[in-house]
Design a binder for this molecule. Structure first.
Ligand SMILES: [Zn+2]
Ligand SMILES: [Zn+2]
Length: 503
């Protein structure tokens, strides 16, 4: 006799209650914090979006379509951290963050992204107790990149290259482009040469990505790989983790990953979540050394906030900004025409006025209104201007961004730097459309207390191509190109005696 026992299991799957999270819930969770979002992609209007609503929207734009909750939550924390740290980057435009890839791209939120924003509300990554400067990318391809390999001078020890063991099954991407197209694109950006013969890898970063490329037949004959990527097509050339071969008249690229690869890898976060890693474990892997803190416990004032010179912060009108306590910039107008923002040292003001007056006299132009933004840290300068760390001043029309004065005293000095920048600002309209060496050369030439003697007219002197000055791959290369620009200027100026005629 056999007895059959039928054991019935009643399997009840208890799903987590999928409570619908609304924008109202998100607004309530954000304790009144908002992001002044500038619609740069359309009509530039500014809307104040509650912080957590903003996070849920960016999440919809940046996460994978079927992202598991762990990926969404890890990414929500990264997005919020980025927003808090960068809230001042568009202060000059009158808002916190723009809606393009320059900052973060928002899309209509979904139930899942709103849930993730609420689940992590107020949580950010901090470094030594302050909001951390972080980045994230779509896919690292197997190894993340260190921040200083992409942005030279970045001192972000928690953004180092880490191995990511979830990419073994990734299919490499490929991209083919005619050499003639590359040649045309490089020429447009200031490279010179009759024929681009080949493009080869010049050097690698420590993570194995391409750092520089050799451009045989062109001048300059080297370019930073990320600049090359931006010039050719960041969408087709998905990352700098590639190899390149010339096949006939084409360049053939094979690569891994998508994006700069710095910080958390979105695809990797999803795979780690699916294999059971917690949100904290995921963040610890990509941002070793950072802590997860809540916004209420960290000072929203960034350590490199510029010092206000007057009691009225410039951005007072956007009273609901993320960092309402942090005056980012202020203006002090002085009669000479120089407006100095972000520095309270009367001495600096005097130097700026003196530099402007001296250069106006040398050039024979009227003293015009010029605004000088003095940055307190290199990071801030780098972030606002997009220039590498070795650049001392960035001139855009009559706006001058100045690297920290303490740093300038170790270089050419504050006065020389300001004189140089003033010449660029004052000569900008007369020099519109001229080669870069004219602009840079004139600035260096006139900034000197004693002018450089004109080089021998017969001496061979190759004036730098625009790209040598605007896309230099190192501080040394930049210095060398600028010195040549000045010699070129001195030689031509000696012949005409009219700075406006140098071309
Ligand atoms: Zn932006
Ligand atoms: Zn990865």
């Amino acid at each position: 006799m056999k007895a059959f026992f039928a054991i019935l299991f009643s399997v009840v799957v208890i799903a987590a209650p999928q409570v619908e999270v609304t924008d109202v819930d998100l607004e309530r969770a954000g304790s009144g914090r908002t992001i002044a979002l500038g619609a740069l992609s359309t009509d530039k209007h500014v809307t104040n979006v509650p912080l957590e609503t903003y996070v849920s929207r960016v999440l919809a734009g940046e996460a994978e379509r079927d992202a598991p909750p762990g990926e969404l939550e890890a990414l929500a924390i990264a997005i919020r951290t980025f927003a808090i740290f960068n809230a001042g980057r568009h202060a000059r435009d009158g808002f916190d963050l723009c809606d393009t890839t320059h900052c973060q791209v928002p899309r209509p939120s979904t139930a899942a992204t709103r849930r993730a924003a609420l689940a992590t509300a107020g949580r950010i990554l901090t470094w030594h107790g302050a909001p951390a400067e972080i980045f994230y990318s779509a896919s690292c391809g197997g190894r993340s990149e260190s921040a200083d390999a992409v942005w030279p001078g970045a001192r972000l020890p928690y953004l180092k290259s880490v191995k990511d063991d979830v990419h073994d099954a990734d299919e490499p991407w490929t991209f083919d482009v005619p050499l003639a197209d590359v040649q045309r694109a490089l020429r447009q950006r200031g490279f010179e040469g009759s024929r681009l013969k080949d493009v080869r890898v010049g050097s690698h970063t420590s993570s194995g990505r391409v750092a520089t490329l050799r451009l045989s037949g062109f001048e300059p004959d080297v370019i930073a790989a990320d600049q090359f990527r931006a010039i050719i097509s960041s969408r087709d050339l998905k990352s700098t983790a590639f190899t390149v071969d010339r096949k006939g008249g084409h360049l053939h690229f094979t690569g891994r990953g998508y994006g700069h690869g710095v910080g958390m890898c979105v695809i990797g976060a999803g795979r780690r979540s699916r294999r059971g890693e917690s949100v904290k474990e995921i963040l610890d892997h990509y941002y070793p050394g950072l802590e997860i803190s809540t916004l209420d416990t960290v000072p929203v004032r960034r350590p490199d906030t510029r010092v206000a010179t007057s009691p009225a912060p410039r951005r007072e009108s956007t009273s609901t900004a993320v960092a309402p306590a942090a005056p980012t910039t202020s203006r002090t107008a002085v009669r000479s025409g120089v407006t100095l923002r972000g520095a309270d040292q009367a001495e600096l003001q005097q130097i700026a006025v003196r530099a402007e007056q001296a250069m106006a006299k040398v050039l024979g132009v009227a003293v015009a209104p010029v605004t000088v933004d003095v940055h307190e840290t290199v990071e801030d300068f780098r972030q606002v201007t997009g220039k590498p760390w070795w650049v001392s001043a960035s001139v855009n029309g009559t706006e001058i961004d100045l690297a920290p004065p303490a740093l300038l005293t170790q270089r050419d000095g504050v006065e020389m730097t300001l004189r140089n920048a003033m010449v660029q600002a004052m000569a900008a309209s007369a020099y519109a459309g001229r080669p870069e060496w004219v602009k840079i050369g004139a600035a260096r030439y006139f900034a000197r207390p004693t002018p450089l003697p004109a080089p021998d007219g017969k001496a061979r002197l190759k004036c730098p191509a625009d790209a040598e000055l605007t896309l230099a791959i190192s501080a040394t290369a930049q210095r060398e190109a600028e010195a040549r620009a000045e010699q070129c200027f001195a030689r031509t100026y000696a012949m005409t005696g009219d700075w406006r005629a140098v071309r």
